[in-house]
Design a binder for this molecule. Structure first.
Ligand code: NAD
Ligand code: TYD
Length: 350
């Protein structure tokens, strides 16, 4: 029986990855390590919490002593590392927290893996989950490939870029068996409503202003979260050691087009007149250092490992809106307490 560590498994993408691995691989023991920050929520995993091959451990990847002991006790065969501070706007207000979790936390995990695997790397694998934001911003044309030079602009992407460099350095220096993927923007169920899609669904539902940064001309490449989880499964099992794989949906939208589409869909679902939700659009001050365009070329992953996105965007968006409308308890729980303070500080600044 293999023992796998998944970090950040109580977060948005992590919970989809944990669910996929626990259900698909009954022969693996899956340990989910998560600090349960504001973004981590065990309610995301209710359906699998009783499974015999699943265990949750609360802990902080920044705590090197704790991480070292955990690795010694559990003797993991593989690591899928998703734990991170993940929101660009929060990184602008508190960069150091991003350095601690995303950089120091990652190096702690690399050290612990190197230590317990010192007698040989056979059958072992450290898989680091990263973002396309490390590549910086595209102009109107072109796509990010695995060869695009790193050019991060936000404290979030700078910290993720740094963690990617450490993962490659541990491969090149110590031979650690690593693999990295860089994915575009994800959407789907269980995403914390500070990110564009769930935030705007929640605001439309509650008739609150929709704060569009700048002119809404920035472009993002959106991928259904379960397609990302499937790509992670493929890369974990079949990806070549030392390689990087880009994951994306070939699905670019300007923010304003996407927001208008969400408004139209929600008008229908909420029984509003067409155009009513669009009146909530409010243009606000642009995000500092706001990257203009992200778009991923994921042809390496398709050609070498056969992965492709499964879901058309409009269908995925419908499902996503329906999920947030049906799961009001989940939304209310995560938007009570500290979320209110965050929201006031972020959007009601004078
Ligand atoms: P998220 O913010 O929803 O979840 C992050 C999880 O990490 C939370 O459960 C949180 O409690 C946990 N965590 C944070 N700090 C921790 C610490 N110090 N120790 C242990 N656990 C800690 O993030 P997400 O959107 O699910 O992203 C997961 C990963 O995927 C991140 O590494 C992110 O950079 C990457 N990624 C995200 C996207 C996206 O669109 N969301 C796209 C590409 C890559
Ligand atoms: P976000 O979901 O924060 O993801 P990222 O910045 O990592 O791509 O934002 C997606 C896009 O939406 C980005 O261009 C910023 C924009 N945005 C707004 O216009 N208003 C908002 O309130 C938020 C959260 C994002």
């Amino acid at each position: 029986m293999k023992t796998l560590l998944i970090t950040g498994g109580a977060g948005f993408i992590g919970s989809h990855v944990v669910r996929l691995f626990v259900n698909k691989y009954p022969e693996y023991k899956i340990l989910n390590l998560d600090k349960l920050t504001y973004a981590g929520n065990l309610a995301n995993l209710k359906d699998i919490e009783g499974k015999p091959n699943y265990e949750f451990i609360k802990g902080d990847i920044v705590d090197s002593g704790f991480i070292q002991k955990l690795f010694e006790t559990c003797q993991f065969d593989g690591v899928i590392h998703l734990a991170a501070e993940s929101h660009v706007d929060r990184s602008i207000s508190n960069p150091l927290e991003f350095v601690m979790t995303n950089v120091v936390g990652t190096v702690n995990l690399l050290n612990a893996a190197k230590h317990i695997w010192k007698d040989g790397f056979d059958g072992k694998r450290f898989y680091h989950i990263s973002t396309d934001e490390v590549y910086g911003s595209l102009g109107e044309k072109g796509l990010f490939t695995e060869e695009t030079p790193y050019d991060p602009h936000s404290p979030y992407s700078a910290a993720k870029a740094s963690s990617d460099h450490f993962v490659r350095a541990y491969h090149d220096t110590y031979g650690l068996p690593v693999v990295i993927s860089n994915c575009s923007n994800n959407y789907g169920s269980f995403q914390f409503p500070e990110k564009l899609i769930p935030l705007f669904i929640n605001n439309i539902k509650n008739n609150k202003p929709l704060p569009v940064y700048g002119k809404g001309e920035n472009v993002r490449d959106w991928l259904w979260v379960d397609d990302h989880a499937n790509a992670i499964d493929v890369i974990f099992n079949k990806g070549k050691l030392g390689e990087t794989y880009n994951i994306g949906g070939f699905n670019e939208w300007t923010n304003i087009d996407l927001i208008r589409l969400m408004c139209r869909k929600m008008d229908k679902k909420l029984g509003r007149e067409t155009g009513e939700s669009e009146k909530l659009i409010t243009y606000v001050k642009d995000r500092a250092g706001h990257d203009l365009r992200y778009a991923i070329d994921s042809s390496k992953l398709k050609d070498e490992l056969g992965w492709e996105p499964s879901l058309q965007f409009e269908e995925g968006l419908e499902k996503t809106i329906d999920w947030y409308l049906a799961n009001t308890n989940w939304l209310e729980n995560v938007t009570s307490g500290d979320y209110q303070k965050y929201y006031e500080g972020m959007y009601n600044k004078k």
